[in-house]
Design a protein around this ligand. Structure first.
Ligand code: ATP
Length: 803
């Protein structure tokens, strides 16, 4: 009987976001058409799961007697009847109101944003779209011109006499219709989706093609049996012919609508005569062709996690992962194992590392829970919510399927959460996850490199957050150094020089490694061949502060006091040189202490500089420039300044001078030349020296990554020195007259005035292949253009200003 009817139907408009989503699906996912079957089967599976879970509380909904399954029927086009795929489930079904809200609106938060991005993305972005969003029901329109959804929820106390309703919509309608099913309550319970296939998509009616698709993408998506209705012809002896009876009329047989696959034996033949061959005396038994109706069980094999890992191919894991977690990208690595929770629950599990870290990961709060842990009991999905026993943030991206054998099937989410099992499972997952990382590090260097690119920061977060696994995670972390692009802490210790008792690191958030290599703080270490860890992520400094030492060797911030090469004792010459320098530069040290006393606590001879004249280092309890920046970024500069402790820490700076620098030598000479007698003082020369000194100190601050307290005054001083060196009068004023702005004019410009003149591009013939900026004539004299050189990665190439 027809699903359609002439009777009046309630018409509804799609919510605007649904209309947009449907448009994206229909227009841009053309090459991913196949996903429709996976999405519909997964919805059917969810509906059955929902029924099962609801029935745990209310037995009247389902008492366990009638079967839970998903069935598919393929109907070939015939006459004016179009080709159809009919997918039915015996799940929770939908009331007419639910049909309207579930299929006519999108309840997801952030949908509009997401759609805007999807609308602008090209074909490569569409993979993401499917993964991130789950197009679900709307993917039907990839292959169907029209979709009918007939649905009947189970009878409940609130809805004792449910009526089967139909949702109907065509691919191009902006509205859909809901009406009582003209066939009556044929479903018993559940949902039946009829896809009226587009002419170009009739290939999906091929049973083998559809079986392949389901085997590949969906057989794992459902814990419930999936049956495909097929018909095949067979030659069988014609028993009737023996009695020489006239042939019966050929008649097509279809299973009754309410007939479920379990209610009849598989392979049970509905025999019907199609043709009869002429009876011949004493000839071989007379044969006839019969059509055999079959319900083929598509997901008969046990799910992948229940199989022996030896029997599962790499491709099977990848396909399973993509289907099960609705993902387009293959996993980076996985581990399949069975175990015992320790509280007597045996289980099987597969832990997957996704191909890349979700873009959203770092935007989520630290407490955000993992969603991709599928907890099953005896093949039946129970929950994705580990409750308070969620994984730590650093591991919240992991995708896991865990199937416990020895828990009762009717365990509810709440009871499961109160068992020790979950706590133990969490530990087992983390243990195996770290096992995967170690295996990659030891056996698959190329993959490990990819892993580091995607998850490097996650390991650092783990080493900070997860004290129990700190050592293991820190050991997996890789660092850039002045010598290498990737180095573990163990490797660092293997390379350390004789006598070296510190792990040197330089931390400057956000700086390029190449810049860090030129830092004033590593001049000498680098020149002498010592290795320095270069840290440029916010988490780095926090990590180092937390672990403090590796294999009993402490970390040393090279921007801080306390730097020791470890061979000072054997470097007698250098020691003597230092002592002599202290003596020789005493007048300068005293002078600088007096002049820079508000910015630094002490002035000392440096052991870390080679070419630079001076640098500012933080004392043991002081803030380095990096920490100062982190504090301001976190609390806002004003807030940070309020705390006394911060004030104290900020003042703990040392000015280190390089005794070998000619500039420092020159400064010493000038200081020594200052007349000591009051009456001989040359105030002008003194002021000049003060100015040069303050520029030197402020320059040292900048060179060391700190902010100059008053940059305006700093540059005015620089200007004065420049004037002096150019022989320009220091006091000659700049002409500061300017034209005042025209009088107040509250009238807004018209749209015409605001519109830019039409843009006519230059003659393409003249194109010389070089990058250029083409300006419309009316802007040519109003705009000046500065070009910045960028490198291959799009980063600005730093310009080295000798000044
Ligand atoms: N076979 C079904 N039986 C009962 N309800 C269904 C069925 N198919 C869809 N629904 C309802 O329609 C809603 C929308 O389905 P849709 O597939 O668009 O999104 P979803 O399944 O919620 O999300 P996703 O596809 O990302 O998992 C579902 O949440 C569910 O409530």
């Amino acid at each position: 009987q027809e699903l359609n009817t002439e009777a009046p139907k309630a018409k509804h408009n799609y919510q605007s976001d649904v209309a947009r989503l449907r448009k994206i699906v229909i227009n841009s996912l053309y090459s991913h058409k196949d996903i429709f079957i996976r999405e519909l089967i997964s919805n059917a599976n969810d509906a059955i799961e929902k029924l099962r879970l609801t029935s745990l509380k209310d037995k009247s909904i389902w008492d366990g007697s009638n079967p839970l399954n998903i069935t598919l029927k393929l109907v070939k086009p015939e006459g004016d009847q179009p080709g159809r795929i009919i997918i039915s489930d015996t799940g929770i079904g939908m009331t007419p109101e639910e049909l309207t809200t579930n299929l006519g609106t999108l309840a997801k938060s952030g949908t509009s944003d997401f759609l805007a991005r999807a609308e602008n993305s090209d074909a490569t972005g569409t993979g993401n779209l499917i993964g991130a969003f789950g197009l679900g029901f709307y993917s039907s329109f990839l292959v169907a011109d029209r979709v009918y959804v007939a649905s009947l929820p189970p009878a409940t106390a609130q809805n004792p006499n449910p009526v089967q309703h139909v949702f109907s919509s065509s691919a191009d309608d902006s509205s859909f219709e809901i009406y009582p099913d003209p066939r009556g309550n044929t479903l018993g319970r559940g949902t039946e989706i009829t896809l009226v296939l587009k002419n170009e998509d009739l290939e999906y009616l091929d049973a083998d093609r559809l079986t392949d698709l389901i085997n590949k993408h969906s057989s794992y998506s459902s814990a419930f049996p999936i049956y495909l209705f097929t018909q095949r012809t067979e030659e069988v002896p014609d028993e009737d012919a023996v009695q020489d009876l006239p042939p019966a009329d050929a008649a097509e047989s279809t299973p009754a609508a309410e007939e479920t696959p379990e209610s009849k034996d598989e392979d049970e033949a509905t025999i019907e005569e199609v043709a009869e061959e002429k009876a011949e005396e004493k000839a071989p038994p007379k044969m006839k062709t019969v059509v055999v109706d079959e319900w083929k069980h598509l997901n008969e094999q046990p799910p992948i996690w229940m199989r022996d890992p030896k029997d599962v191919k790499e491709e099977d894991y990848t396909n399973f992962y993509k289907a099960f977690f609705k993902e387009v990208e293959s996993p980076l690595a996985w581990h399949h194992f069975s175990g015992d929770s320790g509280s007597g629950v045996s289980f099987r599990a597969i832990v997957f590392v996704p191909g890349s870290l979700d873009e959203q990961y770092w935007q989520q709060p630290l407490a955000s829970k993992s969603k991709d842990i599928k907890l099953m009991v005896k093949r039946v999905f129970i929950t994705s919510d580990l409750g308070d026993e969620g994984l730590p943030k650093w591991a919240s991206w992991v995708r896991v399927v865990v199937d416990a054998e020895d828990l009762p099937l009717n365990v509810s989410r709440e009871t499961l959460q109160s068992t020790r099992f979950l706590k133990q499972v969490k530990q087992v997952i983390i243990k195996h996850l770290i096992g995967i990382f170690n295996r990659l590090a030891d056996e698959e260097p190329a993959k490990f490199e990819r892993f580091q690119k995607n998850y490097g920061s996650v390991l650092k977060l783990g080493a900070v957050e997860d004290t129990k696994n700190r050592e293991k995670l820190a050991a997996l972390t890789r660092f850039h150094t002045n010598h290498k692009d990737s180095l573990s802490l163990d490797q660092y210790l293997e390379n350390k020089k004789q006598g070296q008792k510190q792990i040197f690191y330089l931390a400057e958030m956000g700086r390029e490694f190449d810049d860090l290599k030129k830092s004033v703080f590593i001049e000498k270490l680098d020149a002498r061949g010592y290795e320095v860890l270069l840290l440029n992520e916010p988490l780095d400094e926090i990590l180092v502060q937390n672990i403090r030492q590796w294999k009993r060797v402490p970390f040393q911030d090279v921007a801080k006091a306390g730097l020791k090469f470890g061979d000072e004792e054997s470097q007698k010459d250098e020691k003597a040189e230092m002592e002599a320098a202290k003596e020789k530069f005493k007048p300068l040290l005293d002078y600088l202490k007096k002049e820079a006393g508000d910015k630094v606590r002490e002035v000392v001879i440096s052991n870390r500089l080679v070419t630079s004249p001076c640098a500012i280092v933080a004392d043991q309890h002081g803030y380095t420039a990096n920490v100062e920046r982190m504090m301001s970024a976190q609390n806002g500069k004003k807030e940070t300044d309020k705390f006394m402790l911060h004030e104290y820490a900020k003042k703990q700076k040392l000015l280190e001078i390089n005794p070998r620098s000619p500039l420092i030598e020159g400064l010493l000479r000038r200081v020594e030349q200052l007349p000591s007698e009051e009456e001989e003082r040359d105030l002008e020369a003194e002021d000049e020296l003060k100015e040069v000194t303050s520029i030197l100190v402020d320059g040292a601050l900048v060179r060391s990554g700190f902010e100059v307290p008053d940059s305006n005054s700093f540059f005015s001083r620089v200007d004065r020195v420049l004037r002096r060196s150019l022989g320009v009068s220091e006091t000659a004023p700049t002409d500061t007259t300017v034209n005042p702005a025209p009088p107040v004019d509250p009238e807004l410009p018209t749209e015409e005035e605001m519109a830019p003149p039409p843009f006519i591009p230059e003659d393409p013939e003249e194109d010389d292949g070089k990058a250029k900026i083409i300006l419309p004539d009316h802007l040519k004299d109003k705009v000046s253009i500065e070009m910045e050189e960028i490198d291959e990665d799009g980063n600005p190439v730093p310009q080295h200003d000798e000044l």
